[in-house]
Design a protein around this ligand. Sequence first.
Ligand code: SF4
Ligand code: SF4
Length: 363
Amino acid sequence: MIQTYRKIVQYLFLAVTLLIGVQFSIFVSQLEKGILPTMTRPPGIEAFLPISSLISFKYWLVSGIFNPIHPSGLVIFLVILATAILLKRGFCSWVCPIGLLTEYLNQLHRFIFRKDVRIPRWLDYALRSLKYLLLFFFIWAIIIKMNIRDLDYFIYSPYNMVADIKMLHFFKHISSLALWVLVSLLVLSILIRNFWCRYLCPYGALLGGLSFISIFKIHRNENTCTQCQQCTGTCPADINVHKTTGVISDECHACLKCVAVCPEKDTLYFSTSTRSGILKPLFYAATICLLFMGASIIGRFTGHWQTNISNYEYSFHVAHLDTPFYQHNRGQVPVYNKEAWMMMMQRIKKTKSAWQKGQKLKN
Ligand code: SF4
Ligand code: SF4
């Protein structure tokens, strides 16, 4: 039953993700056809802009301003951090669609090799450090290096304003190199279990690091444990659950598979301590759903959900997407001068009045 709850939550979030994807694609395609969108831009799309959200996070910390360009991205980022502090890396195994895909790829791995192939420990540790290196790179580049002026500049830059549209274009018009990278990752994830999540995902590294301070974790009652080792055998993160009284690992993503498989009643549980504060799987499912729902409701009521970019501005941006304003150069957003920026805002105003006169945007 525990895994049924988890699957229900995973498919629920997958359905929401697909819905957001479809709605956003329609929104952008209407803009590209020169039609002022009839569909609202789904704010949830900003969940797919983690770098922009990390920049928004630092900007919020140093300036106290919750930026209005991608506010829901920051709300979602904060709730994901909260899940790690409360519920370990539950985001990875209960919410993230890539986590769900990884589980199916793991099944394919088992089907091909007839068992779970474990790579040598030394190689596993070496590869696991890769995702932390990527995370440290982002922390260095954003949290350490960017000052308030840089943050301000990036957040209000045309590049950041259309980051979601550019992401959609990246997948719609995928280059052969990017396609090869994706196919390689897919193949590697079949050959090596959890390849992306365990070795490369910087989001996973961030949540894994935070999950060390998680209030809840897996606990084992030594008195009733019979050392059958079924928990360890089923753990997708290769944690020796049967040897510990409390799982302290950045790789535990709270899938609760060990709890589900344990044959001894009340021996393994997700709790605050070895004896108390047990969070039953049904309540885990409800808590993680409520956290996301609650965050989106609070975001809406406090005005931190919808972007303040109007559809007129979007129509302007989409019509000029190929100009240097929206490009980045070797990872750097271009430097804009004030005059160029003012000219652009003037043109946006003209776009708005053209729309109001019923004209279509030409250039
Ligand atoms: S099986 Fe248990 S220990 Fe292993 S990742 Fe899942 S919850 Fe954590
Ligand atoms: S599955 Fe339960 S009984 Fe078996 S080793 Fe793990 S905790 Fe102990």
